[in-house]
Write a protein that binds this ligand. Structure first.
Ligand SMILES: Nc1nc2c(ncn2[C@@H]2O[C@H](COP(=O)(O)OP(=O)(O)O)[C@@H](O)[C@H]2O)c(=O)[nH]1
Ligand SMILES: [Mg+2]
Length: 245
């Protein structure tokens, strides 16, 4: 068969299931470290439940993803996961799902591995959210304290399955009580442990010099900002609405 004919014939199989995310929907991609329970514990020996070195690797990886060619307005990381909110009008790769997911998973895995000096991989999935309320709900969902309770329980000797089951279905107050019963005052923990870390763009004023006139000039530049003190509950919703919609 001639090359052109082969090309036309096979290309169809490659693209038959291509899916493009419809416009006017918010794209949120979540990446999650693969097998990090075992890796963090047995191979890398990070401090449990929270290790600042691990947090910083996740923060740097998130910052990298905000700068790798998509128009991503907000990155949120807690534990071994990263959520990314795309600008509503981002049209990179015609919003082709396979491109978005494989590139972001590849970039995250590469960045983390290079920084850490050992192979680490991330999976990626997409949430297609048709309105702002759902975006708000999404980020509040990820901020829930499950991870925290889970870890505290694990630390105090519970088995993984048991810890997960015990936390499931509890409301915030019940989770606080659970922590309290283990001599942990939730309110005294650092904010990043309780709420996760946000990474987003901020406009900063820069003063320069006009080379022709020698006059001082004011310009605004976009700079990435890491927020270790995210607001909680309705204040978090307000923060999301003000900054990202
Ligand atoms: N030691 C340590 N482990 C962490 C930290 N943050 C996240 N992890 C690990 O990341 C895992 C995330 O859980 P999950 O994604 O469900 O597990 P996975 O499927 O094994 O990646 C946790 O169970 C921890 O083992 C940290 O700061 N220190
Ligand atoms: Mg994981």
């Amino acid at each position: 068969m001639r090359f052109d004919d082969l090309d036309t014939k096979l290309r169809k199989y490659e693209t038959a299931y291509d899916f493009c995310i419809p416009p006017e929907n918010y794209i949120v991609v979540r990446l999650d470290g693969r097998g990090f329970t075992r890796l963090t514990k047995e191979i890398w020996q990070f401090e449990a439940p929270f290790d600042v070195r691990f947090r910083d690797l996740m923060v740097e990886t998130t910052a990298h993803l905000l700068q790798c060619g998509f128009n991503i307005v907000y990155g949120y990381t807690q534990s071994d996961e990263i959520s990314l909110l795309f600008h509503l009008n981002d049209d990179s790769f015609n919003r082709k799902e396979r491109k978005i997911l494989s590139i972001l998973a590849g970039e995250a895995s590469a960045k983390f591995s290079v920084m850490h000096g050992q192979i680490a991989t991330f999976d990626a999935r997409v949430c297609i959210l048709p309105n702002q309320q759902l975006v708000d709900d999404y980020f509040r969902w990820r901020q829930e304290v499950n991870a925290h309770c889970y870890w505290m329980l694990r630390k105090s000797g519970h088995a993984v399955g048991e810890a997960t089951a015990q936390v499931k279905g509890l409301n915030r107050q019940e989770k606080h009580d659970l922590l309290f019963s283990q001599q942990i005052n939730f309110n005294e923990l650092p904010a990043w442990q309780k709420r996760g870390t946000g990474i987003y763009w901020k406009d900063v004023e820069k003063t320069g010099l006009n080379p022709k006139t020698g006059e001082p000039t004011q310009t605004t530049r976009r700079q990435l900002f890491t927020d270790f003190d995210l607001p909680l509950n309705e204040f978090y919703s307000e923060f999301i609405h003000q900054n990202f919609f």
